[in-house]
Design a protein around this ligand. Structure first.
Ligand code: FAD
Length: 467
């Protein structure tokens, strides 16, 4: 009987333990992808980007003589129905670690097993499953550095090569037409703008890794904080949808480390930040919704989506570096890591607005949206999370700009009002804006939503009052 192989955020052929095992079985394999209750809840840009990953992966499967069967509905119902239609005896998938996915998968696994189907999950999304690495005392890591020291020398299995073929079933079940899912519909910014910047599919992801390791890793540690420099790997977009596996990245990084290339260790350390995020989301799932440290629950953050919050979302706070980063997010679906820290600090500290508002906006806009990294990032910035930046360390976006964008290249690239001849990206922002924002390139640059000195003093006062 066939194996149903359920793909969720793991759209690749290589470095895929469940797929490799299915190919080895010498049995028919039916790859399946479901627009299910978890995906329906994704924000607009991630949902669109998920669909792009699905479409590209369908082509990859076709190239090895297989297909991706698309269905829409509650995951359990769809899988039960497909198992009945195809006579499949097994349903396999790659494990996820965020609370929504775990709730769905636990239910799917136990119900399918009760009906005699071998429901099995495999590793593949992370290097170290969250329960396999522990502190010396046997607990989970709440701080990054000891986790890095504990895992840096561990043996990671080599990635599985892509199978050359998958045995097809005697009859293929019917599949939805992906066009009918209209995944771009939720995006009022229009997929056209994001599509110019997205880098979709397994082959593109591998090219990105190769280019990074050949051309940029040497200067990575030196340049990674400068948003105008193309210094980082940009692999987060592909890791988020599983278009490349972490083992592939890890072993490629280890090879250049052994060659003595500068920057290699720093890069591997960043890859382990992603692992740390998964470790945390698994052991403390409340990180996605509630203050990781409950002592922050009484902090007077505003949770009102007022006009100031709208201006933060629009990149019109009147603070050039914050605005450049927010527009980068809106136009490209990604944001440089330094930008993420600065806009997060401005929102949660200068504007005294709850990190959840920022987390939700990122979840709506990012094409590299990752439930673990996003939650950890926001709680880090706000000061409420594990191993977080202390709340009293308020980023000053003016000195940050002097330090990391001294030539104003990044700011000018995104904030057209400040440049004598606005760049294509600055103008793309106005194409991307929903009509309801009524923004035009002729609008004058706004005065600050919150004066930096006043905002900083207010935040520190609230922090002192909390103690
Ligand atoms: P590189 O510098 O090339 O790093 C290599 C890889 O390491 C990245 O692809 C990523 O997988 C991992 N990594 C690097 N930094 C971090 C980090 N701080 N936390 C976790 N993993 C990291 N990252 C996401 O992938 N998705 C998100 O939704 C996300 N939201 C964030 C929200 C906030 C508020 C902050 C401060 C950070 C967030 N990050 C998120 C982390 C980080 O900004 C991005 O991973 C990074 O900018 C991706 O660029 P890159 O692939 O070029 O990274």
């Amino acid at each position: 009987p066939p194996i149903l192989l359920w793909f969720r955020r793991d759209f690749r052929l290589s470095d895929h333990p469940a797929l490799a095992e299915a190919a080895r079985q010498g049995r028919p394999v039916i790859p399946v992808c479901i627009l299910d209750e978890v995906v329906e809840g994704y924000g607009a840009a991630p949902k669109w980007r998920w669909g792009e990953a699905v479409a590209q992966f369908s082509k990859s499967l076709e190239a090895i003589g297989s297909r991706l069967i698309l269905r829409r509905g509650r995951a359990l119902d769809v899988l039960q129905k497909l198992a009945k239609e195809t006579g499949a005896s097994d349903v396999w998938w790659t494990r996820a670690y965020d609370p929504e996915a775990i709730a769905r998968d636990t239910d799917v696994k136990s119900t399918l097993r009760q009906s005699g189907i071998d429901a099995r999950s495999f590793s593949g999304h992370v290097l170290f499953e969250p329960w396999t690495v522990t502190t010396k005392a046997g607990g989970f890591f709440k701080v990054y550095s000891p986790m890095w020291r504990a895992v840096r020398g561990l043996d990671i299995p080599l990635p599985d090569p892509a199978p050359r073929g998958l045995m097809p079933p005697a009859d293929w079940p019917t599949s939805d037409d992906q066009q009918d899912w209209a995944l771009e519909a939720a995006m009022n910014r229009g997929a056209g703008v994001l599509a110019q910047f997205a880098c979709i599919g397994e082959e593109s992801a591998h090219d990105r890794l190769t280019t990074f390791l050949e051309a940029r890793v040497d200067d990575y540690a030196k340049n990674r904080d400068f948003p105008a420099i193309d210094a980082t790997s940009r692999l987060s977009e592909n890791l988020a949808w599983g278009e490349i596996g972490p083992r592939t990245i890890w072993h490629a990084g280890q090879r250049v480390l052994q060659e003595g290339r500068p920057g290699a260790e720093k890069f591997l350390k960043e890859v382990v930040w992603r692992e740390f995020a998964y470790h945390l989301i698994f052991h403390t799932p409340h990180i996605t919704a509630k203050n990781w440290r409950p002592e922050w629950d009484s902090f007077p953050w505003s949770e009102t989506e007022d006009g100031d919050v709208l201006r933060w979302k629009q990149g019109r706070t009147g603070i050039p570096l914050v605005d450049a980063a927010m527009r980068e997010l809106y136009v490209t679906g990604t944001m440089h890591n330094r930008g993420r820290m600065i806009v997060g600090s401005y929102l949660t500290k200068h504007m005294m607005t709850h990190w959840r508002i920022g987390l939700n906006w990122f979840e709506d806009c990012l094409i590299d949206w990752d439930p673990a990294a996003n939650a950890m990032g926001w709680q880090w910035v706000a000061g409420s999370g594990p191993d977080a930046a202390p709340y009293f360390r308020v980023f000053n976006p003016v000195t940050q700009a002097d330090k990391f964008d001294a030539g104003r290249t990044y700011i000018n690239d995104y904030v057209g009002e400040l440049s004598p001849s606005p760049s294509d990206r600055a103008l793309a922002f106005y194409q991307a804006c929903p009509r309801s924002w009524a923004l035009t390139p002729d609008d004058p640059y706004p005065a600050p939503v919150v004066n930096l000195a006043v905002g900083r003093a207010r935040a520190l006062e609230a922090y002192a009052a909390r103690e």
